[in-house]
Design a protein around this ligand. Structure first.
Ligand code: KPL
Length: 305
């Protein structure tokens, strides 16, 4: 049994990156996969971390069996949103009644789905702008350390402060915040405006600014999604189109996670981003035509892969 402080659930780009950075800094880390053969290969080889053109191999305990790990103090769920419930149930085997469970996933509704499985006061939710690209199995490129903001939607802020401190200590620029919903919606709006357009046009984020039609479409999606947030009583600030443009500039070379998914023939998170925003708009009798159209187009694209 491996005694771990932090258990990452999901060996995708974010899971591998966080596991490698934490392990490198001396934190005891585990990585929980759902595919036993892949977990064995990652455990045997370690995680290959590419950073500034150089490669480091970081040994990490990896298994598909949660009971191989002693209860973790912090469990970080970084699977795609369609796998949230399965991942949270799987991770229960490596939790005790003190373990905090943090979601750093894209999309809306993840912490609520986790809180239906783990006691809600132990669930943390956050966003990260740290960029990672999965280059292959257990092989990840750090595209840049961004900001990680996390809070406790139903618990006390102490757990969030402790978790943010742990991540900040390894250089992950993490902070605890009060307004978790505002942060989650802001990130969801950024993803709703950028990700589908990059997936449909196969362009990196920065190129959306170079094409006037795409830039305007991105702004309209951001405005539509921000109006839905406000109708849900979430304060996302007035300038979402310019926030989205800033993110495009800062991540100009990035291939968005949705473009990476479409290129690899994987299911995308469109239903949990634009689809979920449109669903919440419909609940309030609001139209969200752009989010609906983008959900249908990216959904159709994924099926064709
Ligand atoms: O979060 C992202 C993603 O790709 O999912 C952005 C911010 C758009 C960066 O690529």
């Amino acid at each position: 049994m491996a005694g771990v402080d932090v258990l990452l659930v999901g060996p995708g780009a974010m899971g591998c990156l966080h596991a490698a950075l934490l392990a490198e800094a001396g934190v005891s880390v585990g990585l929980l996969d759902y595919r036993p053969e892949r977990a064995e290969r990652i455990a045997a080889r370690g995680i290959v971390l590419e950073r500034d053109g150089a490669e480091t191999i970081v040994p990490v305990a990896c298994s598909a069996c949660a009971s191989d790990f002693e209860p973790a103090r912090l469990v970080i769920i970084v699977v795609k949103s369609h796998a949230t419930e399965a991942a949270a149930r799987h991770a229960l085997g490596a939790c005790d009644d003190q373990s905090l469970v943090l979601t750093l996933q894209n999309g809306l509704g993840n912490w609520e789905r986790i809180a239906a499985i783990v006691a809600a006061e132990r669930v943390l939710a956050g966003t990260t702008s740290t960029g990672a690209t999965l280059l292959g199995e257990g092989r990840v490129r750090l595209a840049g350390v961004g900001h990680t903001r996390l809070g406790s939607p139903r618990g006390s802020v102490d757990g969030a402060r402790w978790a943010a401190g742990l991540l900040a200590d390894v250089g992950l620029r993490a902070e605890a915040i009060e307004d978790v919903e505002g942060a989650l919606w802001t990130k969801a709006i950024i993803n709703a405006a950028i990700n589908p357009l990059t997936a449909l046009t196969r362009r990196p984020n920065g190129e959306l600014l170079a094409d006037e039609g795409l830039r305007q479409t991105m702004a309209l999606v951001a405005e539509e999604a921000a109006a839905v947030a406000r109708a849900c009583d979430v304060d996302v600030g007035a300038e979402m189109p310019s926030v989205v443009e800033d993110v495009c500039r800062q991540t100009a070379q990035n291939r968005s996670s949705m473009l990476q998914d479409v290129s690899a023939g994987r299911r995308t998170e469109i239903d949990f981003i634009n689809g979920e925003i449109a669903r919440r708009a419909a609940e309030r009798g609001m139209p969200a035509p752009l989010c609906n159209v983008l959900t249908a187009l990216v959904g159709g694209l994924a099926e064709g892969n």
